[in-house]
Design a binder for this molecule. Structure first.
Ligand code: DGL
Length: 273
């Protein structure tokens, strides 16, 4: 059981922020990653469509007999709600882990959340935060263009388009004097420098993907399911669109090459035809 892989999925490359933190925290765990690059974005689609895609993604990940599944996608996590296991396999999204981290980090009880339109519309982060801290003020804003900008490598804090969009999306949140900001979409850490500069040093930024990795470490530790073999620690990445594009986008996204094999999965395979 302990040697089984951890399955992580996202609509694209954003979930790699979770993989990166997993590799750092748990170097002896095998990871199977799936990025649904053929169907990204999820964040502008309806709840029904996102749920249908998430089910197919999870079924695909389960074919690799994993010991835990992480939805490293704010949008999927938001529409699925606080699911803790899938047929006995431990499961987490990014919402609960990020909400817990935000409640621990805030001093003034004012928490900002940015995410895709589907995530913000769902109110998921607000619900999760108020379960932990009922008096918290949660100020959310959707940033619909960020994913497209990220997937096209337009992320530099000195880029005029980035500066403009960060100011436009973050102004309503900054105005509310939050002291913690959840990057509620796993693509958004790409704008970390630009957002940090705009929000100022008094605001703690939390990456939802990285928080999910820390949460998974706690779950696996509590259930005594960690791998102890130094033979493990391999990553396998699946992408539903072109694998060369996936690798190239990742290089831009993470500023480094992927460590692990990249394989392609067709949409037919994905939906189990
Ligand atoms: N990575 C997805 C999320 O965290 C956003 C990308 C998308 O819209 O599919 O919500």
């Amino acid at each position: 059981m302990n040697d089984q892989a951890i399955g992580i999925f996202d609509s694209g490359i954003g979930g790699l922020t979770c993989v990166k933190e997993m590799n750092r925290l748990l170097p002896h765990e095998n990871i199977v990653y799936f990025g649904d690059t053929a169907r990204i974005p999820y964040g502008t689609k309806s709840r029904e469509t996102v749920l249908q895609y998430a089910k197919q993604d999870i079924d695909f990940i389960r074919r690799h007999s994993v010991k835990m599944i992480i939805a490293a996608c704010g949008t999927v996590s938001s529409v699925m709600g606080a699911v803790k296991d899938i047929d006995g396999i431990p499961f987490t999204g990014v919402v609960t882990p990020a909400a817990q981290a935000a409640c621990a980090a805030t001093r003034n009880g004012r928490i900002g959340v940015i995410g895709t339109p589907a995530t913000i519309r769902s109110g998921s982060y607000g619900r999760a935060i108020r379960t932990i801290r009922s008096d918290a003020a949660v100020i959310g804003n959707a940033c619909p263009l960020f994913v497209t900008m990220a997937e096209n490598g337009v992320t530099s804090k000195d880029d005029i388009v980035v500066k403009e969009m960060v100011a436009r999306y973050l102004a309503p949140v900054k105005k509310e004097k939050v002291d913690v900001l959840i990057l509620g979409c796993t693509h958004y850490p790409m704008f970390y420098d630009a957002i940090a500069e705009y929000m100022g040093s008094g605001v703690t930024l939390l990456s939802s993907g990285a928080e999910a990795a820390k949460y998974a470490l706690n779950v696996l530790t509590a259930k005594n399911m960690l791998s102890d073999s130094e033979e493990n620690g391999k990553n396998i990445f699946y992408a539903s669109d072109d694998t060369a594009m996936f690798e190239e986008n990742t290089r831009v996204f993470l500023g480094e090459d992927l460590v692990g094999e990249v394989r392609s999965v067709s949409t037919e395979e994905l939906i189990g035809r």
